[in-house]
Design a protein around this ligand. Sequence first.
Ligand code: TRP
Length: 435
Amino acid sequence: MAKSITHNREQWQSKWGFILASAGSAVGLGNFWRFSYLVGMNGGAAFVLVYLASVLVIGVPLMIAEFLLGKLTGLSIVSAFRKISGNRKLWVALGLIGVVASFVTLGYYAVIGGWVVGYLGQSLSGNLPRDPATADAAFRIFSTTPALQIVWYTLFSWIVATIVSRGVRAGIEKYNRILMLMFLMLLTGMAIYALTLPGAREALSFMFKFDASKITPLVTLLAVGHTFFSLSLGAGIMIAYGSYLPKKITLPFASIVISVIDVIVALLAGLVIFSIVFSFGLFPDSGTGIAFVTLPPLFAVMPGGTWLATIFFFMLAAAAITSAVSILEVVAVYLMDEWKVSRQVSTWGSAIAIYLFGLIWTANDITLVDKIAGGYLLVLGALAVALLVGWVVPLSNLAKLLQTKATHPVLRGFYFLNRYLIPITLVWLLLSGTF
Ligand code: TRP
């Protein structure tokens, strides 16, 4: 091993490889499964609007902040927090929140990833349900039969661990290329088709016709929480990805590109899903399985639906895998940086532990754990990142990393957001008693 891990650290091969890997982390089940059920259950456009505002004001600056912490230290979340804070216990503990959030999140994320792989298997065999009622019944049976889920969950977890065990370039970066572009093209095609359905108009107004009275503290908390989930923030992922960065890169540009891709995917997915919901007379607030109930019948009525379904579920599985890869990377790189174990040992060790723990969710409802690990813990982790960048790292260091002057207005804006606005908003949300 090297004298210092930082020197031996793997690096991204190219700038776009890094951007696509980060976008691959961001784009995942969150954009389909999670976004759609949150929008459906929380007032439609009200949620969408708060979400967009939150991506802009909180998401983008925090993503830049995470990349900066990674690049500044060349380390992953816990070690980075330790180094920047001068080994203060409180900060090390805060860094561990990210690792815990990742550990817990991956368990249930992989269960849902397993659902997607299962649906891929069904579409390959031409067995997808053809109308919403059958789709609903099929989803219920699938999601309440542990044995069935364990098969797909195991397959999904194994693929993810294999990719992570290969490392940054040969694993993470390689598998994230191409897929993103194909994915975006297919989704755009589906959204255009969905717009021709009779329920499209209602879907558009549900998602974009905004009613201020529907913005409640709960909606706000969930929308802000989802910002972190969807952009993969608050768990140390972008810190890890930032730590593999070569010297020259414009982080604000990269962060904006990644966030825009993520938002576009979520909005397109929402359009597709809600057009079907309204076309078939379903209810938008029908719960966490909404994406799985609405998509199969769409394929049934689309021309060439069977093979489109296969491509779609393949893409969605790929998107879920690239996200799960990033979540596992946090736990694996934590063990590598802090405990100095090899990539193989840390990847397989953490993957197996997460796998065993995650088995719980093949037999239990995930709503609560998703709220806690995928919401609350990420908000806490993000708060720590904002405070670290806003209060602990000297402004002159940030300026140097961003290759600009400390007086640059954009840098000052960024600094202000991380120093005051983001922490205050997050503390308010955490204390608002909505949990
Ligand atoms: N962003 C991914 C998605 O939308 C999920 C994800 C990746 C994630 N990394 C994360 C969620 C870290 C929480 C924490 O599907």
